[in-house]
Design a protein around this ligand. Structure first.
Ligand code: PA5
Length: 335
């Protein structure tokens, strides 16, 4: 657990690093397309939540090319994010973006994506290497936001980086409220498959991060859904197997003050209507002024929960052997 904990503790310094790097100058764009997978790709989802109030649409593409017809028509700035720089889907899409003549900026530690950016003379932010991508969120998101700033797609985010870094630094100190909350939730989730609910642009995107952190750190299944949509389908799903689901699953709800007013009522009513069949084991509210801090506050709690679940399961949170095996199988097929 300790190495991943050290990496998670690095979030504050990663955000400070992002505040200090130069934002590349890349014209003016109100339409952005972030492409990336997994631990890198989620930085696009986070950037979309931050950019939306600025009138910037950040679409997120997680997969291969080709560039979709809407993007050929609207010509967004493509921001290709890959920590390793060698993720085949991201490379494939970026080649298609290049061949289509779209403007591209790159966030990476190097690899083939870094080389392509140099050959094409694209704006590029080089990240410090040596981490698991999911533990480099501060670098990935920070750099993506600085790219958006350089494209006049968001305002200067440096004050937000400082507030978020201060929060992240305090949150990971032993005995902090965040640790206590994480311990309470991990305890309540013991022996259960987590289902994470969010209800707005910030809580929804972090619900996804909790799911993937639990998958990769604790090597456990987990799911996420968002309100109000889940009230139109998933809410009915607990009717037929309560004897299984009540002992097997546990819902954690994430909330943020950016959630629509009606979402709070929906959470209460949804819990009342479903909790006999699926226990609601915890609720976490965001903290902070800036959207970035609110994202980070919910994220750190989830990261710590995923570590505690890894500890409960007796697994090392760092390696993701199955992902590596799959990448090798695909590479072999290519030879
Ligand atoms: O967490 C992980 O290791 C994965 O989700 C990776 O982030 C994903 O496979 C993409 O790799 P990269 O982040 O190097 O582009």
């Amino acid at each position: 657990m300790s190495d991943m904990l050290t990496q998670i503790k690095g979030l504050a310094s990663q955000l400070r690093w992002a505040a200090e790097i130069d934002a590349p100058s890349i014209g003016t764009h109100s339409e952005v397309l972030c492409v990336g997978m997994g631990g890198s790709g989620i930085s696009g989802d986070y950037a979309a939540a931050i950019a939306e109030p600025f009138g910037t649409r950040v679409s997120v593409h997680k997969g291969y090319g080709p560039v979709p017809p809407w993007a050929i028509r609207l010509r967004p700035l493509v921001v290709a994010v890959s920590y390793s720089g060698n993720t085949e889907e991201t490379l494939d899409f970026t080649v298609s973006a290049r061949d289509t003549g779209l403007p591209v900026a790159v966030v990476t530690t190097g690899g083939r994506l870094g080389k392509m950016a140099e050959d094409e003379d694209w704006a590029k932010i080089d990240l410090p290497a040596g981490l698991q991508p999911r533990a480099a969120l501060g670098y990935l998101l920070g750099a993506a936001l600085r790219v958006l700033e350089g494209a006049h797609a968001v305002d200067d985010q440096r004050l937000a980086f400082v507030e978020a870094a201060e929060f992240a630094g305090r949150a990971v100190e032993e005995g902090s409220d965040t640790w206590k909350k994480a311990e309470e939730i991990a305890g309540a989730l013991s022996g259960r498959i987590p289902i994470i609910y969010g209800g707005g642009p910030i809580s929804g995107v972090v619900a996804q991060r909790w799911k993937t952190q639990i998958n990769e750190n604790a090597k456990m299944p987990a799911w996420w859904s968002v309100l109000p949509e889940l009230d139109h389908n998933e809410i009915t799903s607990w009717e037929t197997m309560p004897e299984v689901t009540k002992d097997l699953l546990g819902v954690v709800a994430l909330t943020d003050r950016g959630d629509h007013d009606r979402v709070a009522s929906r959470i209460d009513f949804t819990r009342d209507l479903t909790s006999d069949a699926v226990p609601w084991v915890g609720q976490v509210g965001s903290s902070g002024t800036f959207p970035l801090t609110r994202l980070v506050s919910l994220t750190v709690t989830g990261d710590l929960v995923s570590l505690l679940l890894a500890e409960q399961a007796g697994v090392d949170p760092v390696p993701v052997n199955t992902i590596e095996k799959l990448k090798k199988l695909l590479a072999k097929e290519d030879e």
